[in-house]
Design a protein around this ligand. Structure first.
Ligand SMILES: *Cc1c(COP(=O)(O)O)cnc(C)c1O
Length: 370
């Protein structure tokens, strides 16, 4: 790997391929795999990641919002793209770019029917989202007759798939709840199949669902996000995956601080002994928030852990390197395959998902594919 000369998020596409292959190995050959590339592919780079996954033969993509799907279409991504959380205001663009909306309520269904009539499209693919316990987005069971009635009146739309989302697939203490969600989903899809004269495909599992419930609830497709990026929400699975992103930077300047001197805004760190500090060119504007400061979290310099001291600034953080042999210009690893983003996230009481997606667009993305 090239050594950092500035702050970069290095994305390893070979590791992405490894994770993709691992997740594929957990499902039947006939089961489709959807890659979730929302939020810049979990903070990495949606376009590069989607292009790689398309080459690997992924069946579907999902994004959260329409604009994310449009940016993939604009660079030539041809694979079907499910938009998980479309808003009515996006429907015209969704159709223009051949994105496939998740339809999650009567209001959204009515609005999409209206737009489809305006544009006179035929059999446009839509995906019905049902709420089975997450209570976030989705139709309820009682909406089924309404959906069928409305769709009978039009031939503009066709239900391509029916799906739901698990609330606690990674939590073994919530197994009973998850099994109930699975049973609930089966009930809904059975009812729908009986009332339709065609069979939409079905999907329920996210990454931890694939790990824990592939036997019970694989259906026709699974949806994976965090797993592709190298995290399995438990140590045993983390060991099989490779984090694709390495967040790294360099030491800009080294200071020697005498007792009673302080470091950073509001003098939040105060030296008791002679302390060697290093200033790094990244801060909360890059996605390392203030919650990582004041000794809570560590970065890695020449293989050794260095605590973040004082308050994290907008563009800089300071670390304690008193016991580390290092020089200005040396590489610093914030997280990567050997220094887990999950561990760093946990040190500030959050999860890998939040840390990864919070790496701001100011940080340059670089790519390795060998
Ligand atoms: C984000 C998301 C996923 C991906 O979940 P992971 O835990 O990252 O695999 C799957 N389905 C839906 C509906 C989502 O919103």
């Amino acid at each position: 790997m090239p050594k950092a000369t500035e702050t970069v998020l290095e994305i390893n596409l070979k590791s992405l391929e490894h994770n993709y292959t691992y997740l594929r190995s957990k499902i039947k050959a006939s089961t489709k795999l959807l890659s979730v590339v929302k939020a810049f592919a979990y903070g990495s780079d949606a376009i590069t990641v989607a292009k790689k996954l398309e080459l690997l033969g992924v069946d579907y993509f999902a994004v959260a919002y329409a604009a994310e799907g449009i940016s993939l279409r604009e660079v030539g991504i041809k694979t079907p793209i499910l938009v998980l959380h479309p808003l009515s205001v996006n429907f015209k663009d969704i159709i223009k770019h051949h994105l496939e909306p998740s339809i999650y309520s009567k209001r959204i269904l009515d609005a999409f029917i209206k737009e489809s009539e305006k544009q006179k499209i035929k059999d446009y693919p839509i995906h019905l989202k049902f709420n089975t316990g997450l209570n976030r987005l989705g139709f309820i069971d009682n909406d089924i007759d309404y959906i069928i009635e409305e769709l009978k009146k039009t031939n503009f739309l066709k239900i391509t798939s029916v799906f739901s989302h698990l609330a606690a697939s990674e939590d073994h203490n919530e197994k009973e709840f998850t099994l109930n969600q699975i049973a609930h989903f089966k009930k809904i899809t059975t009812l729908l199949d009986r009332k339709l004269n065609y069979k939409p495909f079905k999907h329920l599992l996210n990454t931890s669902g694939i790990i824990n419930y592939a036997n019970e609830a694989q259906f026709n497709m699974v949806r994976t996000g965090i797993g592709l990026y190298g995290f399995g929400n438990e140590a045993k699975i983390d060991a099989k995956l490779i984090p694709i992103a390495t967040f790294k930077t360099i030491i800009s300047q080294i200071h020697t601080i005498e007792p009673k001197q302080s470091v950073g805004y509001n003098r939040a760190f105060s030296a008791t002994n002679t302390t060697k500090t290093a200033t790094l060119p990244l801060g909360h504007a890059d996605g390392i928030g203030r919650q990582y400061g004041n000794g809570k979290s560590f970065v890695t310099v020449n293989g050794k852990k260095a605590p973040i001291i004082g308050n994290v600034c907008m563009d800089m953080i300071m670390i304690d390197i008193t016991n580390i042999d290092c020089n200005e210009g040396d590489e610093v690893i914030i997280f990567g395959p050997d220094f887990s983003a999950e561990e760093l996230a946990n040190s500030a009481k959050t999860i890998s998902y939040e840390l990864l997606t919070g790496i701001s667009q100011r940080v340059k993305r670089t790519f390795v594919d060998n």
